[in-house]
Design a protein around this ligand. Structure first.
Ligand code: HEC
Length: 169
């Protein structure tokens, strides 16, 4: 019995070694990209689809996640929100945000300055950090589009008077 087990694991070892060799070979010959972001990006894309981020962050017929110029349909009175541009554009998107700032937006619904976002933006904490990192990788991969979504209004948090950020320090 003991001998048999040893033989078996030796065979398994050879199989594993062979498998990783061919994996390695495939990796080497496949492309000029050396980082494994391809899978993170495609997982992130699938998550963005399943969570329907486009319903709030893209106009009908608009470019991928480039933000809304039409308000998001909302039942609450006096709430008029526009999903911001999530492309890597530095001026109008989130191109200048760090990964940590994007993760904070996804988990704690706060912007890059720590200000609370309108509650229309859901928290995605339940997806877990690994999935949220995949979403960040995907957002980094989409084409930058210059498109400035209007300021959201969601009283009392954001009243539309341009002073939502009052008393930052
Ligand atoms: C139900 C609508 C809705 C959905 C679904 C939604 N968001 Fe949002 N999101 C918003 C709104 C509205 C804001 C802006 C709130 C504000 O201005 O205070 C926002 C803000 C953000 C911000 C901060 C951007 C900025 O410039 O302030 C990020 C990042 C973000 N959303 C990412 C996502 C991602 C990624 C998904 C999908 C996993 C998603 N959102 C799904 C409505 C939504």
């Amino acid at each position: 019995m003991r001998n048999f087990d040893i033989r078996n694991s030796a065979i398994a070892g050879v199989l594993v070694a062979t498998a990783s060799l061919s994996f390695f070979a495939a990796g080497c010959s496949s492309s000029d990209s050396t980082t494994p972001t391809g899978t993170a990006v495609s997982r992130g894309e699938a998550l963005v689809k399943s969570q329907d981020c486009v319903s709030c962050h893209q106009d009908t017929g608009g470019k991928t996640l480039a933000g809304r110029l039409q308000p998001v349909a909302n039942t609450a009175k006096s709430v008029v929100v526009y999903g911001p541009n999530l492309t890597p554009d530095v001026e109008t998107g989130i191109g200048s945000w760090t990964d940590a700032q994007i993760l904070t937006a996804l988990k704690n619904t706060k912007d890059d300055e720590g200000a609370q976002l309108c509650s229309t933006m859901p928290s995605f904490t339940r997806l877990g950090d690994s999935s949220l990192n995949d979403i960040v990788a995907y957002l980094r991969s989409i084409p930058a589009v210059s498109n400035q979504a209007p300021e959201s209004i969601c009283p009392p948090l954001k009243t539309g008077d341009g002073e939502a950020d009052g008393g930052a320090d």
